[in-house]
Design a binder for this molecule. Structure first.
Ligand SMILES: [Mg+2]
Length: 218
């Protein structure tokens, strides 16, 4: 199994973003920011936004977080300027628990992420995973698009993950992500089995596998 990182093991840190957006009237309930992330991803996928364009995500995120209509444009701009690669660091407990169980079952596991060169250290510091032994779950590889020079949805990025799974046919490898356009389409084009983490059923009726939680994998 190969996994995306953002939205799968870590989300933008609500401890940073809730105070930022509460100024614009958003909720201070951190659970709301979990919902806001997946709503933002669903909106971004529906719009067909490229990886670099987070405007639709930001607009949906601030709306779901509770910013009132007249303040949303400004709040979305401030969110876009504040949320950077290093703020994708808030670990998802269910996901880490599931990854630990997969490791204990000796399922070969790795991470393939569109990132900025930071994701391996962030996943380690957040206690999610690392290559080899450590505080998090041992994984075979953490692929960072910035490091390898190719990003999802380009299917070539998955070659770097597959290199850590020698002898395993691509058709037997699932890739779990939270973006239809980057992850599902990219993994399918790479010959992997795409799976979407969709905890709020935002993609009901979709023609690909979906999970409510990574614990469903067990
Ligand atoms: Mg993601």
């Amino acid at each position: 199994m190969l996994f995306d990182a953002g939205g799968i093991f870590v989300i933008p840190d609500p401890h940073v973003l809730a105070p930022l957006l509460a100024y614009y009237g958003a909720s201070s309930d951190l659970d709301v920011y979990h919902r806001a992330h997946y709503a933002g991803m669903a909106a971004k996928s529906r719009a067909g936004s490229p990886e670099s364009d987070w405007s639709v995500y930001n607009a949906e995120y601030v709306a779901v977080a509770g910013v009132s209509e007249q303040d949303r444009a400004e709040a979305a701009e401030v969110l876009g300027r504040t949320r950077n690669a290093h703020t994708w660091r808030h670990p998802l407990r269910d996901s880490v628990e599931a990854l630990r169980a997969l490791h204990e079952r000796q399922v070969p596991i790795g991470v393939v992420s569109n990132a900025m060169g930071q994701i391996e250290s962030v996943l380690a510091r957040s206690g999610v995973c690392q290559v080899g032994e450590g505080a998090g779950v041992p994984v075979r590889v953490v692929v960072d698009s910035h490091v390898v020079g190719v990003a999802k949805p380009d299917p070539r990025i998955f070659d770097f993950g597959m290199a850590a799974l020698p002898g395993i046919d691509r058709s037997r490898v699932a890739y779990v992500g939270d973006s239809v356009t980057m992850d599902v389409d990219g993994a399918r084009n790479a010959g992997l089995l795409p799976v979407l983490l969709d905890p709020y059923d935002d993609h009901e009726g979709a023609a690909f596998l979906r999970l409510t939680s990574l614990l469903d994998l067990l």
